[in-house]
Ligand binder design. Structure first.
Ligand code: PMP
Length: 354
């Protein structure tokens, strides 16, 4: 760090983004992207897009896309917030809803970005350990003395909470904001968006990065009570008013017209997830019950880091985390059946070499 950096950032540990290597073609099962391309209509819209429009700033309100999302989720456009990826929503929510005397709760074993962004904004937080079986005990979050972030399904475990349980958490915290991070909700979990009509303290974030094959477009959205949404807009306009770019607005709108294509892909991913879990289990792995587009698995007696490195040498990238409790696990994104078959072939080779 330079000697000019602000005192408060000295020694700050930033988030480490998942590897995006360019030196060779890996089978890339490490950052939960979709193995399928954006819908044909999205690709067509890109080819036909009037590049002249890039001369102008984007529509800061994202009116057209917001209207489409509002229609899809049966809310009003004023209930929708657009952002540069859902990471950006987490960023604004962290800034908006946590006073100095507040504490934020989130699971210990969860998306590690929460901790980084909380530290960045000086937010007090407490990480609540998962239970022995890696599930969340919802009662830990029913105290009405803290704000809450829960990813549903959780990452990297993939385990989902039911809508009833989410409602219990929201009901138990009438004076605090409960943010449900639904980045992976389209792969079999229940969305809590309907609860936003009943409660003013729940905010949902979702993304185009996973089920809508658009991670490179950086497009996320939040749904919630209009006042919460206005708070997010205030912070967005005060940091980066044009944060969602013109191309992403155009292509995001095109994606909204292709729901059937994306729904079908999410179904294929769920079939491939079942196939993957069964095959890994037959190879001696323990696989957590996932409702996301990845599985979290370990093979007793096998070092997770070693497994990650051996697979990488063989051209398959998965994700390994150094956090002590999950050191022997790897997180494997669900790809096409062909990709998963290559993974199994490489795993069999590794097991034979042991
Ligand atoms: N939430 C969770 C739980 C995630 O795993 C991710 C992806 N790393 C995100 C949010 C952010 O996704 P994006 O910014 O691409 O929308």
């Amino acid at each position: 760090m330079s000697r000019y950096i602000r005192e408060r950032y000295k020694g700050f540990q930033s988030y480490t983004p998942g590897e995006q290597p360019k030196e060779m073609e890996y089978i890339k099962l490490n950052t939960n992207e979709s193995p399928f391309p954006p819908a044909p209509g999205v690709c067509r819209r890109l080819k036909e897009a009037d590049m002249e429009r890039l001369r102008l700033y984007p529509d800061p309100t994202g009116r057209r896309l917001k209207a489409m999302l509002a229609d899809r989720f049966r809310v009003e456009p004023e209930n929708v917030f657009l952002a540069n990826g859902s990471d950006d929503i987490l960023n604004f929510a962290m800034m908006a809803f946590n006073d100095d005397e507040d504490t934020l709760l989130f699971p210990d074993i969860s998306y590690s970005f929460y901790e980084v962004i909380a530290n960045l904004h000086g937010v007090n937080f407490r990480k609540v350990p998962l239970q022995e079986d890696m599930t969340i005990d919802y009662r830990d979050y029913c105290r009405d003395d803290c704000n809450v972030i829960i990813p549903n399904p959780n990452a990297p475990t993939g385990i989902a909470l039911s809508l009833e349980v989410i409602e219990e958490i929201v009901k138990a915290n009438p004076n605090h904001v409960v943010l449900i991070d639904e980045a992976y909700v389209d792969f079999g979990a229940e969305s809590a968006v309907p609860l936003t009509k009943k409660y003013d303290n729940i905010l949902i974030s979702q993304t185009f990065s996973k089920s809508r094959s658009f991670a490179g477009g950086r497009l996320g959205f939040a749904i919630g009570n209009q006042e919460l949404i206005r708070d997010l807009i205030t912070l967005q306009y005060s940091t980066n008013p044009y944060s969602v770019n013109t191309l992403s607005l155009i292509l995001g709108s095109a994606a909204m017209e292709e729901e059937a294509y994306y729904r079908k892909n999410a179904e294929i991913i769920q079939e491939n997830r079942k196939y993957t879990a069964e095959t890994l289990t037959s190879m001696g792995f323990e696989v957590l019950p996932s409702k996301a587009n990845f599985v979290f698995a370990r093979r007793p007696g096998m070092d997770g880091d070693k497994l990650y490195r051996k697979l990488k040498e063989k051209g398959v990238l998965v994700r390994h985390f150094t956090t002590e409790r999950i050191q022997d696990y790897v997180r494997i994104t669900i790809g096409t059946k062909e990709q998963m078959d290559v993974l199994f072939e490489k795993l069999r080779e590794i097991l034979q070499e042991e």
